[in-house]
Design a protein around this ligand. Structure first.
Ligand SMILES: Cc1ncc(C[n+]2csc(CCOP(=O)(O)OP(=O)(O)O)c2C)c(N)n1
Ligand SMILES: [Mg+2]
Length: 355
């Protein structure tokens, strides 16, 4: 099956262009834009892990290693499109224009962190695996019914493709030709479960065959491959041709979350090797070197800018008013049930707060 779904690449790990058809896509301007966005999100990711270790935010899900998949997709979107991220896709949300303060508030356990900037259609991160897949099918279908040209992108992992929601969502989107791009970041693990123990399918892209939609397999660490295939899929969606399933092969360097220890189930040497062999930022650095455009002063500058931006957002997050404990009982249902009201009263009494 793998031979029917070859891995599409535009730029190889040495920074060489391997797709003649896409060579004009790779301009110095784009490389610099893509690179600086990947630095921004990597900076946020590393800072968040430190914040969690210092007790300043809650459990955190890192994405380092997956930056090309997140930046390449987010930059292919138009501002009126929908984004359905998981707990690992806040890098994509940040690039698409989510507020950095709110992203950090979310990781601090605050419901206010789920609110996107005005006019931005970014769903709260899906924590239950695959539930966002039917939501995206529906939201995209609604756009079609309204006669707009807006599309949706829906992120999920390799593990999510074993869930019923994945199959229901893809079937619906296919039948109703929803303008949605299903973007699977295949980081080859679902927590501690490697893909070999998760499914017998040789690829995830082949799952598209069942729904008679295009399924493509790409190098998810090649930001140009990600950008090109996402743009193509979005164009199909806007033209009324329905959904596409993109399988982006990638790797998370770190643990599943800060509550996990990846060294318990995989050889850490493997991640160290991936950093050298498939890192998405390194690839662009090599292209810049090959072109004689590598500029250390510029790199330092963008790193400093990213650090200042993230530090500013951390300060804003920490200045945010304290949480009202009653809020955890709100928004479960449109109207609270008596059981929830009772729990709320009892809890507030227990902690000595007035309802
Ligand atoms: C419905 C549901 N079942 C189980 C879990 C527990 N869980 C959290 S993350 C995860 C693994 C998901 O793996 P994958 O889809 O590959 O995404 P990744 O974390 O690798 O980005 C599981 C099983 C959950 N959150 N929701
Ligand atoms: Mg995974």
């Amino acid at each position: 099956m793998e031979k029917h779904f070859p891995i599409f690449q535009v730029m190889d790990q040495n920074g060489n262009i391997v797709s003649e058809e896409h060579k004009d896509l790779v301009t110095a301007e784009r490389v610099k834009k893509f690179y600086s966005e990947m630095v921004r999100i990597r900076t946020l990711d590393r800072k968040s892990i430190s914040l969690q270790r210092q007790g300043r935010i809650g459990t955190y899900a890192p994405f380092e290693g997956q930056e090309a998949s997140q930046v390449g997709t987010a930059l292919a979107l138009q501002s009126d499109d929908w984004m359905f991220p998981t707990y690992r896709d806040h890098g994509a949300a940040m690039v698409f224009g989510h507020s950095l303060r709110n992203i950090l508030l979310f990781w601090n356990g605050r419901n206010e962190g789920c609110v996107p900037p005005d006019g931005k259609k970014i769903f709260p991160p899906a924590i239950p695996i695959a539930t966002q897949i039917p939501h995206a099918a529906g939201a995209a279908f609604a756009e079609k019914q309204k006669g707009t040209k807006n599309a949706a992108i829906c992120y999920f992992g390799d593990g999510a493709t074993s869930e019923g929601d994945f199959h229901e969502g893809l079937n619906f989107a296919s039948v109703f030709k929803s303008p949605v791009v299903y973007f699977c970041q295949n980081n080859q693990y679902a927590i501690s479960v490697p893909i070999s123990k998760q499914m017998n399918s040789a690829t995830i892209a082949q799952k598209a065959l069942a729904y008679d939609i295009p399924g493509v397999r790409i190098d998810g660490n090649d930001i140009f491959a990600v950008f090109a295939e996402t743009e193509k899929a979005l164009e199909r969606a806007r033209n009324g041709e329905g959904p596409t399933l993109i399988e982006a092969l990638t790797w998370r360097y770190g643990s599943h979350t800060t509550a996990d220890d990846a060294s318990k189930y995989r050889d850490q040497g493997e991640s160290a090797l991936k950093r050298m062999e498939t890192d998405p930022l390194l690839r662009l650095e090599r292209w810049l070197k090959n072109e004689g455009l590598y500029d250390e002063a510029w790199m330092k500058e963008i790193e400093e800018q990213a650090a200042a931006e993230v530090d500013g957002a951390v300060q804003e997050m920490e200045k945010f008013p304290k949480a009202d404990p009653a809020v955890i009982f709100d928004y479960v249902f449109e109207k609270p049930t008596w059981t929830i009201e009772k729990q709320k009263r009892e809890y507030l009494e227990l902690i000595g707060c007035e309802a």
